[in-house]
Design a protein around this ligand. Structure first.
Ligand code: 13P
Ligand code: 13P
Ligand code: MG
Ligand code: MG
Length: 368
């Protein structure tokens, strides 16, 4: 019998914050859970895990309908709309924040929610890590994905596992020009870094094995401000990474997060801050609406079922990273409204800054 491909879809949205942008009210989570349970019993999906990070709800689903399935996307959209109704009833902050369209139209990508999906033939043992981040943008995954798949100082498997020494292919999307390019690594890492070192525009979208073109990682690349043309909160991206047996080991996939690298997001989506790896118990950004944070949910997939999650950053081995992130947060905060704590001017164009500029424009006179 030919084995059918399994699709793993992670779709997340902020449909209202409790309180401010710090958490999700339990009644919204209960609504999402109720809808997911119905979808499972109707056979639309095989299994699910209802998750969250900060003020974002994540629907983690397995099914056999492939990526970009209108049925799955419509279900996610409807679920977020139903959760929005609950959010409105409870006057949650920014109810319906990420639902940028009046109604569903075929594919949820480009309508506000963040989407990461991949289809694959399930291996005899299929360990998968799902990362959910709050108060940051899709380019936040560039650094860790580079470390996982291209850097032997992070992933020693690239050196000592013959199944990995060929390297990987990374697809990079240009979010401004709406183009994509594939880099073959390690041969092209210098060219790759020219682009992904600028994470506000160039984003690693997918990673493949070289030999078979098997999918290894997929991220969400939707940027809310580019969709809406104005400030509507940060994108708060998601990432799926398959692990082991010719792919980076679980520990190699987690390792890049020991360095709390600086990402765009944090307060009003207008600041730079360290990405702090946290347990799901600590996924509630408070200080200055942050600092930005990431949770990691581990699953073993068994015949389409999500065995898990394990809360991967709920481990003292990340305590030093958290402490370092807090020290960096202190240092950056002391800059107040000065760059580089504040994002550069071109990024501020998507906040309320143009309104301030418009108010003052007549005050400017020729300087000569
Ligand atoms: P695999 O090659 O089975 O993934 O084993 C590597 C490993 O687990 C090292 O930590
Ligand atoms: P979210 O993108 O998580 O809603 O945060 C927006 C914000 O303005 C935080 O200060
Ligand atoms: Mg919010
Ligand atoms: Mg958020």
């Amino acid at each position: 019998m030919v084995q059918e491909k399994l699709t793993l879809s992670v779709i997340k949205a902020d449909v209202g914050g409790f309180v401010g942008h710090s958490d999700v009210h339990p009644e919204l989570l209960a609504k999402a859970e109720e809808e997911l349970a119905k979808a499972k019993s109707s056979g639309l999906i095989i299994d699910y895990c209802r998750s969250k990070v900060g003020d974002d709800i994540a629907l983690i689903m397995t099914h056999r309908k492939g990526t970009d399935s209108a049925e799955i996307h419509e279900f996610a959209w409807d679920t977020f709309e139903k959760a929005t109704e609950v959010a409105k009833k409870l006057s949650q902050y920014g109810a319906g924040q990420d639902l940028l369209s009046d109604g569903f139209s075929g594919n949820i990508k480009g309508m506000g929610p963040g989407v990461a999906e991949m289809s694959f033939l399930e291996r005899p043992s299929e360990p998968v890590l799902i990362f959910l981040a709050d108060k940051t943008e899709p380019g936040a995954w560039n650094y860790p994905l580079y470390k996982m798949f291209c850097d032997p100082f992070n992933t020693i498997g690239l050196v000592i596992d013959p199944k990995m020494s060929m390297g990987f292919k990374l697809r990079v999307d240009d979010l401004v020009e709406n183009k994509k390019v594939v880099f073959s690594c390690p041969e092209e890492i210098y060219d790759l870094l020219v682009f992904i070192g600028a994470p506000s525009r160039f984003v690693v979208n997918e990673v493949y094995t070289k030999e078979t073109g098997e999918i290894a990682a997929a991220s969400s690349t939707q940027k809310l401000n580019l969709i809406a043309g104005r400030y509507v909160g940060k994108d708060d991206p998601v990432l799926i990474v398959r692990c082991q047996s010719g792919l980076p080991a679980v520990g190699e996939v987690l390792e890049p997060f020991s360095m709390p690298h600086i990402v765009a997001g944090w307060m009003r989506g207008s600041s730079h801050g360290p990405l702090m790896p946290v347990s799901t118990k600590q996924d509630t950004p408070a200080r200055f609406d942050g600092p930005p944070r990431v949770v990691s949910l581990g699953f073993q997939i068994a015949d389409g079922h999500l065995i898990g999650p394990r809360d991967m950053f709920d481990d003292p081995s990340f305590d030093n990273s958290r402490q370092q992130a807090l020290d960096m947060a202190d240092y950056l905060r002391r800059h107040g409204p000065f760059e580089p704590a504040r994002l550069p001017l071109e990024e501020m164009e998507y906040t309320t800054m143009p309104q301030v500029m418009a108010r003052l424009k007549d005050r400017f006179e020729p300087a000569t």
